[in-house]
Design a protein around this ligand. Structure first.
Ligand code: OSB
Ligand code: MG
Length: 369
């Protein structure tokens, strides 16, 4: 039983350790929401909204998440009887979209439920791996800095390097990296910045032995994806295109990609990911867990989901210290030879450092039934 007696919204601003530039803009800090849920039997669960402050990645923002939590999801959660967190996705289906807001609450319910069972989240969701392989996602930056960061992360054992590209910053960085590191597992992510006119650039990128090309075209350019994937040896990976199981089924049916980047916030949470895994397996689609510059709380969910059998490629969950000094969990997430050891204590497996949360927090709001 998840008898929720109080929910708290925490709104934080956390400065990023590194500036992160993508085709859609530059991020220097993270304006984010944490959800804390408390039960009658004394458990506390945490969830994180991965929405950004402006609608540059998808349509949700920290403000829309706050509004939907306050007006819809928290009142609904506090007035509903919950026996298992897997019910959350279907019971909130009457509220359209707003997947990042939903996952912030669903995540807290999974944290509580796994603590009540005495299970680490990984086992509560049926994950099999005790370590997960991770790579690192590097923003757009001058070629010299890019190469020295790759040197550093490669040396630390990260399992692959992802760089961000956009029109005008595409073949040049890839060819410079390949010249210096002919064998490093390498991929690129365009965050929707190209279109059909740029197909010749992808035919050229096809020669650089990339693991995949992530989201080169707009989210809804389904036919163009089918056409591009048919022309490339390199696999296309979809991120921004996949919000629902229906999107995944369409991508499979139309042969628009061979790989899907799973972000729990984008697809609506853990239950949605659990339902995606068998679909991906049946159709030979490979999965990996993406990232949204999460705090340690979001990172803990990413680690747990990446332990599922269908997650066959290294994720974007780099070590805490790459993003935050300090992170808000204890211990922080560390990466050893490109692997994170999955925690074994109940729930998220990390303790939430409320003192650090206070330090970054702007405001909090309390809700009771
Ligand atoms: O497209 O994967 C993306 C960060 C913010 C928004 C979108 C993306 C990303 C990343 C960083 O690539 C992943 C991470 O290190 O958390
Ligand atoms: Mg991406």
């Amino acid at each position: 039983m998840l008898d929720i007696t109080e929910i708290v919204i925490h709104r934080l601003i956390m400065p990023l350790q590194m500036q992160f530039e993508t085709s859609f803009g530059v991020q220097t800090d993270r304006d984010l929401i944490l959800v804390e849920a408390c039960t009658r039997d004394g458990f506390v669960g945490w969830g994180e909204s991965v929405a950004m402050s402006s609608p540059l990645y998808n349509e949700e923002t920290t403000d829309t998440v706050q509004a939907i939590l306050t007006r819809e999801l928290i009142p609904f959660t506090l007035s509903t009887k919950w026996t298992h967190p897997s019910e959350f996705l279907s019971k909130t289906a009457f509220l359209h979209g707003n997947h990042m807001a939903k996952f912030a609450v669903e995540g807290a319910l999974w944290d509580i439920w796994s603590q009540q069972q005495g299970l680490p989240l990984r086992l509560a969701i049926g994950g099999t791996k005790s370590k997960v392989e991770v790579g690192v996602s590097i923003g757009i930056k001058p070629i010299g800095e890019l190469l020295s960061e790759i040197e550093e992360y490669n040396g630390q054992g990260y399992r692959r390097i992802k760089i961000k590209i956009r029109p005008g910053w595409d073949i040049e960085p890839v060819s410079a990296i390949r010249k210096k590191y002919p064998n490093v597992p390498l991929m690129v992510d365009a965050n929707t910045a190209f279109d059909k006119r740029h197909f010749p650039i992808f035919m050229e990128l096809d020669k650089y032995d990339l693991m995949m090309i992530e989201q080169p075209l707009p989210a809804n350019a389904w036919e163009d994806y089918t056409e591009l994937q048919a022309q490339l040896n390199t696999s296309i990976c979809l991120d921004e295109s996949i919000h629902t199981l229906e999107d995944a089924l369409r991508a499979i049916r139309m042969k628009s990609c061979r790989i899907i980047n799973v972000k729990l916030g984008r697809i609506g949470g853990i239950q949605a990911a659990l339902e995606l895994v068998p679909i991906a397996r049946q159709s030979g689609i490979q999965l990996w867990c993406g990232g949204m510059l999460e705090t340690g709380i979001g990172r803990a969910f990413n680690i747990a989901i990446a332990t599922l059998d269908g997650f066959t490629l290294p994720g974007d969950t780099a070590a805490s210290q790459r993003y935050w000094k300090p992170d808000i969990i204890i211990p922080e997430v560390t990466v050893d030879h490109g692997e994170i050891t999955v925690p074994t204590t109940p729930g998220l497996g990390y303790s939430v450092h409320t003192g650090q949360i206070q330090r970054y927090q702007k405001t909090q709001w309390h809700f009771r039934p």
